[in-house]
Design a protein around this ligand. Sequence first.
Ligand code: SAM
Length: 490
Amino acid sequence: MRRLRAALETAGYTYEGVAGLLGPTAHAALSRNETTPGLRATRDGSPLATLTRLWLLQTPVSVEAAERALPGLLGPLAHLGIVSGSGHEVRALVDVRPYADEDHDWWVLSDLTPGLDGRNLRVGGDHVLGISSASTSLAQLTVRDPADRALDLGTGCGVQALHLAAHSREVVATDVNERALWMTRLNAELNGVFEDGRLDVRDGSLFEPVSGEQFDLIVTNPPFVISPATDERLVYRDSGLPGDEVVRRVVTGAPGHLRPGGWCQVLANWVIEKDRPWDERLAGWLEGSGCDAWVVQREVADPPQYVELWLKDAGLHGTPEYAERYDAWLAWFEQQAVEGVGFGWLNLHRTDRSEPVLRFEDWPYEVEQPLGREVADWAARIGLERTLDDEALLAARLVVRSDVRQETFGQPGAEDPEQIVLRQQRGLRRARKADTVEAGLVGACDGDLAVGQIIDALGTLLDGEPADLRREYLPVVRDLVVEGFLTDQG
Ligand SMILES: C[S@@+](CC[C@H](N)C(=O)[O-])C[C@H]1O[C@@H](n2cnc3c(N)ncnc32)[C@H](O)[C@@H]1O
């Protein structure tokens, strides 16, 4: 793996290198699983072009070109089952692709991407998924503060573990899929994470492999697909447990494995039952956990949308069994009184507060990425708000966050706007409607005057009773602090 890394580096097989070679349109086509533009852009026989063809475009390359790109490595790679040679050609048996964030360049080995150029999408039960949009969502959501011990539960190809290794002293990565564990170990070696012994790869289900252990950070993108039991379990997405039980087990099990102040961040699907608010079920999982929780529902799929998505993911669209499987899945949803499926994030923060803060919200809009900083800031804002009793809040000299903008809507020339919206440009990019008092209050928060003084001044201006205004607007100020519109930092 060390020699492979050296060859990849020498060839310039990095995220930037490949993007530069392919150019934006071929790169975009590849993200739609189309290889033809990429093949046209990689005909120069250079090591970079050869590696891009072999792994990203999954096209056989000549033995001579492969030997130039991977000198002395074809035998060992064939022995490991990474490539195979037949006659004059070498083909990929697994995917090896460059991957990067703002600060790091990695290579990630996973099973081959199914469905390139409309080819067969079906994969084996132990298929190890490469970097998916869910992987990157979780990576971007993760709080990246320095951690002593971190856990990547259901590591797959180990992509979260690579990220975690960049800011954690020790990382434990678990999975039930032997092939995934094998690939995670190879990826750790390929990226030099194993050399300092900081990654510990363990076999086992959910929290079994870490019984009695605690962590500062747990991240997981569990196999959350909600489906009726079938014989064809794809381990990367089907837990084998009914409904959203796997997510419930992760969420209820995690608090016992968190150190004080620790975080558990989960990407998940959850059942929305008929005639029951989605957050009510999830709140039941979180009560008494000792954790504050911020749960964001990013999307809701109705049953047909959900079934279509995952039948297509399994490569069943267009097959003879498609309609039968579709019907059986819908019937099962009906039996379970499933009205829809929610997709989103659960962020648990162990605070051991007597009354933990549980915040549930629907937020389907675009957010700033990466969002990890915003998650950590949310916890800090909750901490601040909880330390301020009403008197302290009235005395606080708060400041409007510098990215907040005010939008007013109304008839041209009208004296007063019909609607005022306060909108953040950063983080979750929250927007909230404000009345004239709230907008005036936020506008006056420049750190000079205390909240109480501002409310009183607005009362005088608007002929209101200051005591009434204080009663009415203190809860609003609390919301504005928790949501990040107002801060105590100038
Ligand atoms: C959706 S993949 C996530 C892979 C990777 N962590 C990522 O973010 O891309 C889910 C992973 O959970 C693993 N898994 C399935 N059942 C599990 C269980 N009971 N306990 C632990 N891991 C499990 C699968 O093998 C798979 O690697």
